[in-house]
Unconditional design. Structure first.
Length: 306
């Protein structure tokens, strides 16, 4: 292991977590799912370095890297961001692309040294297609034992730390991409939305309406205050991923990340991104399928229905 890689590994501060991430480095595909501000990017970063140090050739799939290609394409320019939110057409087109891209990647890189690591938020229909059962060539790949979906599950204390760090990095970033991260109020709004979804699915726990230490309160519709609750959060994502080989990875220890940016890599990476032509093709396919924009918006709003 090079000094540069060793300097970026912080997961060893939690022996249990380090062992689990090291085990994941032996898989063929690993997708980290969850809300923003739950540690997905950090887990991706640590897995990439452990796998690279073990001799794996690492390919990286990230929503925030693939999405801009769709928005910058000639067809995508008709669907710009609105108040920082990705247009429904872009989100749906990216979902169609990602399953096709997975099939192509699997065919091109059959050798066992290749590892695909993905960051898949799911919330708001961001790559949710990977969680859905669809009768296509990607389904067998996504249900294989070598393909794992990992739900990043921070404790209340760790979640509070992640929000505070997000606030600091917005002002003093260690990497330019950190300026584009969702700010803390967006993190809390997304949790509020998830808490409402849990209620609708009757997945809420009594703990969800009691204030816990280290968890900032969140106001949801109706004026009720609901703190972040890892049990409720896990239940929603486990339901979303019920058709996949999924597990929760608890983050109970605050790792020493003050001098670390999750966007700073010391190993060679191969990004899985669409070409402009692919972006055009899938955007036009969504336009063909959804003549009624309201129907598309409604489907995207019900992203958790898998």
């Amino acid at each position: 292991m090079s000094d540069a890689v060793a300097a970026r590994l912080v997961v060893h501060a939690d022996r249990r977590l380090a062992e689990r991430v090291r085990d994941l480095a032996g898989q063929r595909m690993v997708f980290f799912a969850g809300l923003p501000g739950t540690g997905k990017s950090l887990l991706v970063h640590q897995l990439v370095h452990l796998a690279g140090a073990a001799g794996r050739t690492v390919h990286l799939l990230q929503w925030d890297v693939a999405r801009p290609v769709f928005e910058a394409s000639p067809a995508g320019q008709r669907y710009p961001l609105a108040d920082g939110v990705t247009h429904a057409v872009i989100r749906r087109a990216a979902g169609l692309w990602v399953r096709a891209a997975l099939v192509q990647w699997n065919a091109r890189h059959r050798q066992p040294e290749h590892l695909l690591v993905g960051e898949t938020p799911f919330v708001g229909h961001r790559f949710i297609d990977l969680a859905r059962r669809i009768d296509d060539d990607a389904e067998a790949i996504l249900t294989a034992s070598s393909c794992r979906f990992v739900i990043a599950l921070p404790s209340r204390e760790v979640r509070g730390f992640l929000e505070a760090r997000r606030e600091r990095r917005a002002v003093r970033p260690l990497h330019p991409r950190e300026r584009e991260d969702a700010p803390p109020h967006v993190l809390r709004d997304l949790w509020a939305n998830l808490a409402e979804i849990a209620r609708g699915l009757e997945l809420s726990a009594s703990a969800a309406v009691t204030t816990g230490s280290g968890s900032p309160p969140v106001r949801v519709v109706g004026g009720e205050t609901v703190p972040y609750d890892p049990v409720v959060y896990a239940r929603v994502y486990e339901r979303v991923l019920r058709h996949r080989n999924a597990e929760c990875l608890a983050l109970d220890v605050i790792l020493p990340t003050e001098q670390l940016s999750v966007y700073d890599f010391a190993v060679a990476l191969h990004d899985l991104t669409p070409t402009e032509a692919e972006a055009e093709t899938f955007i036009r396919e969504i336009e063909r399928r959804y003549a009624d924009p309201a129907a598309l918006e409604g489907e995207v709003a019900r992203w958790w229905e898998t």
